[in-house]
Each structure stands twice: as structure tokens, then as C-alpha cells.
Write a protein that binds this ligand. Structure first.
Ligand code: AMP
Ligand code: MG
Length: 406
């Protein structure tokens, strides 16, 4: 049986990035860049003023106060070509306006006094090059400014726009087929009768797929017979990725793996040394990843988080596909009966000064959804740790991208 870490590694080894599309800049937010962006020009494009004030010659300002003759005015959007500021002179200059020849410092208005329209008194010491933004200081022409695999945020949009780009290449969002299995399932919208259970997994998985940035496609429910499984799994294999829930344990009605094999899906592994999530299976068909997740709602969500989400992010070209892990101090003891597998505990986090503390958020059975709702994070307890005392540190990572529970 693969360990939790091995399973994640094997999955990623079997994933190749999806295709690429061009999108408008604002549409690129949250997407992953599929090109290296090279600056076509310097930024800033010319030396310009960082303040509203006076452009001066540093050499004229060695003694303060000093009086200079104002010979010109350059507003933002104005031009400086042909203007030459001579010794003893200054120009009035606005933020962003090009700096004319001769000027090697800008003195903000606050540090000056205009005696008449034609003269200005510099009242504070001047440093060479102060308040001038030099050509190419930010970015040089030909420089790779943002590289493939970067997630586009507002700063990247700002940079791309500044470099003249209105469209950009990003990795495609994969479509993910979501299939539930089980005779007991009914769709949400009516109160379950005897023996019936709402198909919450399909909605939970669709939400998690969306949150990861991919596109969910509902395939419905496969009933616990071969024909229904064949029909629905075949349908599911049309998407870029297939994720099923339930029917993957060793029960006599657990048909998912049987039918996937029949349909030509090569099983890469079945069963992982992790709790919850042991019966998880992973396979590929023509490079298409297929995940068979356990059916208990908590196990479904946690195995999606730990195994499917990294695969999806990798398909979307992301460099970092695992959530950052940090250390938290346990607020209470943990007794971990199942200690030959990695145990993933739902924990409540609290902040104490600079540190996080973690406490198990209640009973950990995989049928108990409320503790999942109450938890901001997952604590990862390595195999072999049957008991951990309050005060010990554990690895934790956030669960989900929208964190509001600390
Ligand atoms: P199974 O692996 O088919 O034995 O299912 C394991 C458990 O998960 C059973 O208690 C199921 O009722 C439950 N379950 C299976 N599918 C779903 C679903 N789509 N939504 C919610 N619970 C489910
Ligand atoms: Mg079942």
C-alpha cells in the first residue's frame, strides 16, 4: 500500500498540463500564465518626476536657501524634448512628466517658495537624483518579467497592461466529470424517505472543483449495477478528469474499479495509507486522470483536497500544488488508534500571539460532517504516532481557499 506522500507523488507524476488559451487581461485573474512575459520596452519609458515640484540642477543647490529662475513648465503628458535647463534655472514639473536635459533632481513644492511667477526659492537640502524615476529602473527591455506557471493577480495584470499586453496565454481550466454511485442516493430538493440519502457529494465535489479553478460537469448517479456504472462512467470519461465517489471499497456492490478496468482505465493504485481515505483509487486512460474517492462525505472531501486538488492545479500549470504547511501547537492530547497510516485530523485553529494552536474539532468519523464545517485546517499526523500530548507541534494546512474560521 502506498503511503500518503507516495500516493501524492505518483499522482503528480501522471499529470500533464492541460492546453492553453488566450484571454483578456481581466479574465486572466486567478488563472495560471502559460507564457514567459518579456518586456518589449523599458519601464519607466523615460526619466520622469516622482513629485509635483521643480526640476533643478543639483550643482545649483549646494547652498540652501538658493534662488532659481523658473524657465518652463512641464505637466504630466507634456514633453521635454528640446528643453534644456541651464545653470541657475529650474522648471516647474508635475508627477510623471518627463525630466528635461540638465535636470538631475526634483524638489517637491512643499520644500520651495515661489517668490514671483519667475523665481523659486529652494528651502531644503537637495540630493543628487532625488525624486527622479529613471528609465528602465523598474524593468529593462528584453527582461523576462513574469514566467510561466505564475498565478495572475492584480499586480500581474498591472504589469502586463503596462507592457502593452491586452491578452495573455493561460492554461485551460480542465472539465471534471463528477459521478456519484449508490442505490440509496436521491438528488437534493426533497426530504429523504426510508433508506434514502441526499447526493451531497456531487455538490461538494463540484464546489471544490470550482474553488480549485476548474469546471465541474455533473454526470449524475450510477446505480449499483454494472449497466448503470458502464453508462455513467463512459459518460464521465469524456471530461478532462473523472472523479467518482463511493463504491470503491471491498463491498459486493462496489463496482467502480471493476467497470473502470473494463473501460480501459489503467489502475495506478488502490488503497493509500491515510485515514480517512484508505480505499481511494487512481487510474489513467490515455493520460486522463481518474479518481475513485470513498463515499463518506468527509472522506470524499478530504481525499479531494489531498489527492485531486493537487492534480487539478498541476493540470492548470501551477508550480505550487500543495498547500503551504505550517506548525501549530496542540491544545489537547490526541489519542490516535489508527497509527500505521497518516492520520488527517480536522482541527480548529486559534492564534496565540505569533503562533497557531490546534485542537481536534470533535469526533473524527468520516460520516460526521459538522466537524468538517467547523474546521479551518487539517493536521497531518505521521504514521506511528499513537499518542500526542498537548503542547506538541503538528503540521497543519488550511482546508479550502476561503478561510474564515480562525
Ligand atoms: P460506499 O462506499 O458506497 O459503501 O459508501 C460509503 C458511505 O458513503 C455510505 O454511507 C454512503 O451512503 C455514503 N455516500 C455514498 N455516496 C454518497 C453521496 N453521493 N453523498 C453523500 N453520501 C454518500
Ligand atoms: Mg455504495
Amino acid at each position: 500500500m502506498l503511503s500518503y506522500e507516495q500516493a501524492r507523488q505518483v499522482i503528480l507524476e501522471n499529470i500533464t498540463p492541460a492546453g492553453v488559451e488566450q484571454v483578456d487581461l481581466v479574465e486572466a485573474i486567478g488563472r495560471v500564465l502559460a507564457e514567459d512575459v518579456v518586456a518589449p520596452w523599458d519601464m519607466p519609458l523615460w526619466d520622469n518626476s516622482a513629485m509635483d515640484g521643480y526640476g533643478v540642477r543639483f550643482a545649483d543647490c549646494s547652498e540652501i536657501p538658493c534662488k532659481l529662475k523658473v524657465t518652463g513648465y512641464i505637466p504630466a503628458g507634456g514633453r521635454a524634448d528640446g528643453i534644456e535647463v541651464k545653470a541657475g534655472c529650474a522648471v516647474k514639473i508635475m508627477t510623471g512628466a518627463p525630466v528635461p536635459n540638465g535636470v538631475d533632481a526634483v524638489v517637491p513644492f512643499e520644500e520651495t517658495e515661489e517668490t514671483s511667477g519667475e523665481q523659486v526659492v529652494i528651502q531644503a537640502p537637495v540630493a543628487l537624483h532625488q525624486h527622479i524615476r529613471f528609465r528602465g529602473e523598474d524593468v529593462r527591455s528584453g527582461q523576462t518579467v513574469i514566467s510561466t506557471g505564475t498565478i495572475v493577480r492584480a499586480p500581474e495584470v498591472s504589469m502586463l497592461a503596462s507592457l502593452g499586453r491586452s491578452r495573455v496565454a493561460v492554461f485551460l481550466r480542465p472539465t471534471v466529470a463528477i459521478l456519484s454511485t449508490g442505490d440509496e442516493l436521491i438528488e437534493v430538493g426533497r426530504t429523504p424517505g426510508a433508506g434514502e440519502l441526499i447526493n451531497s457529494n456531487a455538490l461538494a465535489l463540484a464546489a471544490a472543483v470550482r474553488e480549485a479553478g476548474a469546471i465541474p460537469r455533473f454526470v449524475g448517479i450510477a446505480r449499483d449495477n454494472l449497466e448503470s456504472h458502464r453508462e455513467k462512467l463512459r459518460e464521465g470519461l469524456k471530461a478532462d478528469m473523472l472523479v467518482t465517489s463511493a463504491g470503491v471499497s471491498a463491498g459486493d456492490r462496489d463496482l467502480v474499479r471493476v467497470v473502470l478496468e473494463e473501460l480501459g482505465v489503467k489502475q495506478i493504485f488502490w488503497k493509500v495509507g491515510v485515514k480517512p481515505g484508505k480505499p481511494t483509487a487512481f487510474g489513467v486512460k490515455d493520460g486522463k486522470p481518474v479518481f475513485s474517492l470513498p463515499g463518506n462525505p468527509v472522506a470524499t472531501l478530504i481525499t479531494f483536497e489531498e489527492f485531486v486538488r493537487p492534480a487539478l492545479l498541476r493540470m492548470m500549470g501551477q508550480r505550487r500544488v500543495l498547500r503551504p504547511t505550517f506548525r501549530a501547537t496542540l491544545r489537547s492530547d490526541i489519542k490516535n488508534r489508527e497509527n500505521d497510516r497518516t492520520t488527517l485530523l480536522r482541527v480548529r485553529l486559534e492564534r496565540e500571539g505569533e503562533c497557531f494552536t490546534a485542537a481536534v474539532s470533535g469526533k473524527q468519523q468520516t460520516g460526521l460532517l459538522k466537524t468538517m464545517v467547523d474546521s479551518a485546517a487539517i493536521a497531518v499526523i505521521p504514521p506511528g504516532r499513537g499518542f500526542m500530548a498537548a503542547g506538541e507541534e503538528v503540521d497543519v494546512h488550511f482546508f479550502g481557499s476561503y478561510i474564515d474560521l480562525i
